[in-house]
Design a protein around this ligand. Sequence first.
Ligand code: ADP
Ligand code: MG
Length: 700
Amino acid sequence: MAFDFASFGCMVFDDREMKKRLPDGIYDCLKQSIHEGESLHPEIADTVAEAMMNWAVEKGATHYTHWFQPMTSITAGKHDSFIAPQKDGSVLLHFSGKELIKGEPDASSFPSGGLRNTFEARGYTTWDCTSPAFVRDGTLYIPTAFCSYTGEALDMKTPLLRSMSVISEQALRLIRLFGNTTSRRVNATVGAEQEYFLLDRRMYEKRLDLKICGRTLFGARPPKGQEMDDHYFGRIRLRVAEFMQQLDEELWKLGVTAKTKHNEAAPAQHELAPIFDTVNVSTDHNQLTMEIMRIVAKKNGLACLLHEKPFANVNGSGKHNNWSLSTDDGRNLLDPGKLDPRQVTYENLQFFVVLCAIISAVDKHADLLRMSAAVAGNDHRLGMSEAPPTIISIFLGEQLTSMLERAAQGGGIDSGSCGALFDDVAVLPTLQRDDSDRNRTSPFAFTGNKFEFRTVGSSASIATANYVLNTIVAESLEEFCGRLENPKNSLDDEVRAIIAETMREHGRIIYNGNNYTQEWVEEAKRRGLPNLTNTVDASRAIVSEESIRVLEKYRVLSRVECESRCEIKLENYSKVITIEAKTMLEMVERQYLPAVISYAGRCADSYNALKAAGVENRSLHSLVEKLSQNISEISGAYDALEATLCQLQSPLSTLENAQFCRDRICPLMQKLRLAVDTAEINVAEESWPTPNYTDLLHRV
Ligand code: ADP
Ligand code: MG
């Protein structure tokens, strides 16, 4: 049956419900807080809480939870029921304003990077009323921010919310300069395209590596990978189509605007894109999307993999973070408007200032942006089979780049006349959305009216990438606004000076070529662009003096919060590598080695049987030799990894631990994998203990 769109958002306490259930004055006050990105006024909290509870109970809720996003990339919350016992043994349902606004979960089991001592285990959650509450599985979910007892951020949302006010303030200053007197807020808007893999659950269940680590740690190259390019946008198979439909419907009920679905480049890989929203709502919705993907997959006998690189040598999964700035009345600051060089408008000028702010911000803080996409899984994805490299650069397209270059060269600017900005250029057609295919290779591409940041990994929360973007762009905007508010000559003269300076000092970040080539790696090095090739180096970018300075300046993160985040990232990296290494050892010891040994024995038996019958088979003999060689190589690599893993137990700092994992453990894991994958192609399929790549990638 077709989905009834009247029930879109039916599980959300959205504007319709608020309006229906709250007295006018209270509704207006709440709307005001939501609009301004403020917290709820305590005086109205009780009324809002009660209305919310009554609505939730009608939707089948018995509990509420303060839903938060600790620094683990998944969400958390404890569930409390609404019951209030009465003297006569009955219960009433009760939910107070205080309970709505603030919760006190025990914070001791969440990563804090040293911020919270266990004797101060208390943490606080506070309602983020800019993201609506919703009901799921009998619980009212209240989106919250999560802080320590002493007020430090322990989650992904807090810095994001802080950064949203920061960018709004500076962007408002800018639009005022260009004649906008009516908009009251500028929001960062984001549409996060989510890539994922779907596997047959029976196959998945047979692989310890997939169950524990979310990716294959072994697997010989299949005869058919993605080389035929026949999966991208291909016909969606029935089983997948059913999954996608159920997923859409679940998401629609929760108000998530799931819009586009298609097959991706690798076999078994797919994508879901929502319609963009303000960045905090997008962040919440993306977390929900990931959770619901996993659940719906399981219900359909499938497994959803959100890991950045589930399979070697095929496309990995990312999250394309489409980012822009938009006024509360819907004007997109990255919309260039009609670009006619004979008649440059205020809208055009404003666009160029925003563009310059982004160019200079990304160049100044490329390392911080790279940090925002650093997780162990992404190390396998970035720079490989159709993923952007670890070098951050901007794609603008030839047309826009040459406009900037021409404006930078300048000359002949009459004050007061915008028209002279691009004086020698013929009428330009409106910007083409995709200049060429090369923009698909760029980590940070302008795509007509937004930037698409593609480095972010598929499993990560998008919050980090966006609080970084908001903060660094706000800083450039602040600098430019300062200049434009007191221009030396005319406004357009000052704009031209800004363009010239940006191109001179930060033009190196613009690259319109193919980012997948080795030439670019070398060219980027000549340009002095950072290339943080792994999570350990990239994670440390958040504690550089420059990063701390900008994050502290706008109170998005304090120095200790930056330090704690770095600590958590490094700790997480070491944990992931250690768990992967241990999983490898277990699979080798209990599955692969016994399989190769027993198969080698059977081959040797066959060889002896033939020999006894008077047949000397050299091919069989050499197979037995090869298998014996495989056994030695696997055992050798196993011993080396096991011994090195033991050394990790000596007392090292978090950084040293992570470096040890990267430099000593990872290469040995690689070696062990190679030994097992080599053996796999020598062993009969029915004697191999785990499903192979073909089983995993081509069975749905
Ligand atoms: P593609 O990247 O495949 O060309 P689209 O351009 O249609 O796809 O959009 C990709 C994503 O960008 C969608 O989630 C869309 O909602 C989002 N998007 C479109 N406009 C904006 C905007 N102004 N701000 C943020 N995201 C946007
Ligand atoms: Mg895209």
